[in-house]
Design a protein around this ligand. Sequence first.
Ligand SMILES: [Zn+2]
Length: 188
Amino acid sequence: MQRLLAGNDRLLANKTLHAQSLESIRQHAESQAPYAQVFGCADSRVPVEAIFDEDFGDVFVTRTAGNVLSEPTIGTIEYGVAALKTPLIVVLGHQNCGAVKAAVDAMKDPSKTPAGALGALVSALVPAAREVEDRGADIYSAALEAHIRKTVETLQTSPVVSSAVAAGTLRVVGASYDLATAKVTLYR
Ligand SMILES: [Zn+2]
């Protein structure tokens, strides 16, 4: 976690180290040993390696819109734990997330729920929105936090994840990224 946050600090200080190079790509061609996993949002403004100033081979990244889990996505993260032995999973949401906003809007007016698979994605976020429906102007930020905390909990219902956590070889934490400042803040 310290290494990730140090990378984010370099970004904030405009002192990033990791321009991508063919040399480092070749170094990682034979195998991977990422030191952390990040489960982020698909939003194009939240590129995980850039946010943490990391390089090829450093971080095992899974991204879906609104950090919504599905079984194959949990399987991806389980692979990171079981095969790659990553000691950390960061569930990284971000402020002003369009998927979270869509869920808050759908909670207030169910007719706004999109059809089909996109509707299923938005519906997966509605319970978090409902949890904070009495919040005023900061409902989007509160819904994001509620959803990220739920996602951290859901991941720990995976036997692969929970057994590694119980063994003390894995931590799962939630965090939020601010699109305007580039700062990552942990949910404690
Ligand atoms: Zn998003």
